[in-house]
Design a protein around this ligand. Structure first.
Ligand code: DC
Length: 231
């Protein structure tokens, strides 16, 4: 059986990856693998079980029993942890910082590598993986690699609005400070830091509506699936 098309969408928090990936997955009929959500589920499980983020044996136990599934709907990409819908619980400000911390642990990264690949390769047509190291580590041979970024202030404003709409009233300055902390941790960590793959198409969404970002990526995907015309 032919391998599904693999589309990697990497970039920092708030660049629009989740919104863009969800719309693309629905339009193209591709499976969406939100890899950040998987790290967030590990963080949530550790917090619920009072396991510290540097407690390697404790984290290993969580990873051994981790069951994460997705369901992509028009409204959002639902995330289930052992069947429980944790889509909201994993996205609180506390769990966001926790996810960044657990994701720096090599044990966690190594354990999740196989799971991310398995979820994507089970797709029938294609898979969109959004994350930080998809094009560099998880699928270095992805058919298409996108690095989506934006000005930090714009990203913090988007995140502020998203949190506000869900009832989390956090001042935008604090959202920016949390985001800077996460950006720094994610980019400076030793294992699989956030960085663009050399062959990634870089898209700056600072002044670009996300609908235009979707359009550009769709065009790139359609070129992949179009048969080559040549002599
Ligand atoms: O994309 P996100 O904000 O939901 O990701 C949550 C955290 O998970 C993020 O701070 C870094 C980590 N992460 C990672 O290290 N590698 C990935 N492929 C995806 C996310």
């Amino acid at each position: 059986m032919a391998q599904p098309l693999i589309v990697a969408i990497d970039g920092p928090a708030g660049a629009g990856k989740s919104t863009v990936s969800k719309i693309l997955a629905l339009r193209l009929g591709f499976t969406l693998v939100d890899t950040g959500a998987i790290y967030r589920c590990v963080a949530l499980s550790a917090r619920r079980a009072n396991i510290k983020f540097d407690d390697v044996p404790g984290l290993a136990e969580i990873l051994g029993g981790l069951e994460v599934t997705f369901r992509t709907d028009e409204d959002k990409n639902h995330v289930f942890l052992k069947g429980e819908d944790v889509s909201e619980a994993i996205r609180t400000p506390e769990n966001s910082l926790a996810a960044s911390q657990v994701s720096a642990q090599p044990t966690v990264r190594a354990a999740l590598l196989g799971l991310q690949r398995k979820l994507a390769l089970a797709a029938e047509k294609g898979a969109i993986l959004e994350g930080r190291d998809i094009g560099t580590v998880v699928f270095p041979d992805a058919n298409l690699k996108i690095f989506l970024f934006a000005d930090p202030k714009i990203r913090a404003e988007r995140r502020f609005e998203e949190l506000y709409s869900k009832g989390h009233e956090k001042p935008v300055g604090e959202v920016l400070a949390d985001q800077n902390k996460r950006d720094k941790e994610d980019s400076e960590r030793e294992h699989a830091p956030l960085k663009a793959a050399d062959d990634a198409v870089q898209i700056d969404s600072t002044h670009l509506p996300l609908s235009e970002v979707v359009h550009r990526i769709e065009e790139l995907v359609s070129r992949l699936s179009r048969p080559k015309v040549g002599l």
